[in-house]
Design a protein around this ligand. Structure first.
Ligand code: XMP
Length: 510
């Protein structure tokens, strides 16, 4: 992989992953380390530049995250952002104080066009501010390179030493020239040349995987989701039929989903894919079960059982592919920033499986996984697929699950998804689906009274799925969905749209 790396040193701010992604968008590889990482580790990382991130603290509090001053003597340029800017000032004996006026949100800023950080950046622009402290007096040797109405040192630099600081957040889109500013740091200050390109990453990864696997055999649990598909295809390109993918079709998938996965991966990509159709087996175990947690547990256990049975039939296997991505492995020295949701392991694999792991996506953010998928020739629709939970439609049917209910939900959900796509909203609404409630209500169709199911539609806007807002789907689109579902799907006579955000609701209903 590339030798050109930027380090994002994490002091606990909310935009830290975003900083890393923005740098990578400029074709430079980035790693995130917690501020607790040792100086030796940072020195041995051979970084071309270091970015101190934002964070929620005040530098002069005893308990706030600091770093050994020797980091500034490694000869590596440093850019401090927000808290990171204040920390840099504090480490070099500048003065940081509570600002008389806190700034929050879009703010007008004046930048010095002779500053190295602001080359080719318009001097009067806007930026995103979010701070209660500020740099009152810059350290010796620094020149002030930006001001706002309430912030006298909105940016400062000491080019001779390679120290740069911005009180605002260049990484967020509300700082329109933010990427130019980051680019100036990465390219002009740190001397990077932009070696990190997806096509090269994919090619190099395939070569490395091929070498690692040799003549051995590999197993992959394929769900049809983006991560497992991209991971599996990368391995397939490396070792072809030495890879066996097991696709457990539990009968709880969306309309045509199982067939699509089979058609694309077995048909188009000629992968060694075993589809195990076990709808009856899962439905038998779920018969009469209404409690959400029990459903999840049963599905999780059964999934592992089926997978193990299939793996045993295949015989000797040495490696197991996992679609782990970079946000899953970022170390956090800061509070409990990395919250892992236990329920996401439902549909996961046995923990004690005695195989070596291959995780080809370990270094990638989700948007990069999609880019890699496109590089590998995976169709657009699949690459942009929304997340789908392991327990599938079982947690979108309230109460007991039957074949009939599954069919009703599948048809309704397919219409909803079709209309969202037709309206061109497929990429704006991050997740959208139908839920079959167990509420029945009275309706009238023609001259007849009906007593049928209530269906709920759910659409959310979110960037991380940890919090979410309900999506503002236009009424006209909801109207078409409602009419089509009532007309084309039997046993539904009422449709509601879920207008709760997360929290307090979760995205899924069960
Ligand atoms: P919640 O409902 O917790 O969902 O707000 C957040 C995101 O996680 C997905 N989800 C799951 N994914 N196995 C999965 O692989 C699961 O058991 C599971 N439960 C929820 C959900 O679809 C949403 O994207």
């Amino acid at each position: 992989m590339t030798n050109e790396k930027i380090l994002v040193l994490d002091f606990g701010g909310q935009y830290n992953q975003l900083i890393a992604r923005r740098v990578r968008e400029q074709n430079v590889y980035t790693e995130i380390l917690p501020y607790t990482a040792s100086l030796e580790r940072i020195r041995d990382g051979h970084y071309k530049g270091i970015i101190f991130t934002g964070g929620p603290n005040s530098v002069y509090e005893k308990s706030s995250p600091h770093y050994n001053k020797d980091i500034l003597n490694l000869g590596i340029p440093v850019l401090g952002i927000c808290y990171g800017a204040q920390l840099l000032a504090y480490m070099l004996d500048g003065l940081v104080k509570t600002a008389p006026v806190s700034e929050y949100g879009k703010t007008e800023i004046t930048l010095s066009s002779v500053a190295k950080l602001f080359k080719n950046v318009k001097p009067d622009t806007t930026c995103w501010m979010s701070h209660t402290d500020y740099i009152a007096v810059p350290p010796e040797g620094f020149v002030v390179t930006a001001q706002t109405k309430d912030c006298p040192v909105a940016a400062m630099e000491n080019p001779e030493k390679g120290y740069y600081a911005a009180q605002f957040h260049p990484e967020v889109m509300h700082t329109p020239q933010g990427s130019d500013i980051l680019r100036n740091f990465i390219y002009d200050v740190c001397g990077c040349s932009g070696e990190w390109v997806m096509s090269a990453f994919v090619e190099e990864s395939i070569a490395k995987i091929r070498e690692k696997i040799g003549q051995k055999r590999v197993l992959c649990a394929m769900s049809g989701g983006v991560d497992s598909s991209v991971a599996a295809l990368m391995i397939h390109k490396a070792v072809g039929k030495q890879l066996t993918c097991v696709f457990v079709d539990h009968g709880l998938l969306r309309k045509n989903e199982g067939d699509d996965v089979e058609r694309i991966f077995k048909g188009e990509f000629d992968m060694n894919l075993i589809r195990v159709n076990c709808e009856d087996r899962f439905l038998a175990r779920l018969d009469g079960v209404a409690d959400p947690e029990t459903k999840r547990k049963i599905i999780g256990e059964e999934f592992i059982r089926v997978f193990e049975e299939e793996a045993n039939k295949i015989g000797q296997v040495d490696f197991l592919v996992q679609g782990t991505i970079y946000p899953d492995v970022i170390e956090s020295g800061v509070g409990d920033a990395a919250v892992i949701k236990s329920h996401h392991n439902v549909g996961g694999l046995p923990k004690d499986i005695a195989l070596s792991l291959i995780e080809p996506l370990r270094d990638l953010f989700k948007d990069e996984v999609r880019k890699a998928g496109l590089e590998l020739g995976i169709p657009d629709d699949l690459v942009w697929r929304q997340p789908f939970p392991g327990p599938g439609l079982a947690i979108r049917i309230m109460g007991e699950i039957t074949k009939d209910k599954l069919n009703i939900l599948r048809d309704a959900d397919a219409i909803f998804r079709d209309e969202i796509k037709k309206a061109g909203l497929g990429r704006d609404v991050n997740q959208y689906f139908a839920v079959l409630t167990n509420v029945r209500s009275v309706g009238v169709m023609g001259d007849f009274r009906t007593y049928d199911y209530m269906l709920a539609l759910r659409g959310v806007s979110t960037s991380d799925f940890m919090t979410a807002d309900f999506a503002r789907i236009p009424y006209d689109v909801l109207d078409i969905c409602s009419r089509r579902i009532i007309n084309e799907v039997g046993h539904i006579n009422r449709i509601v749209y879920d207008i709760t955000s997360k929290p307090p609701a979760t995205i899924e209903w069960e």
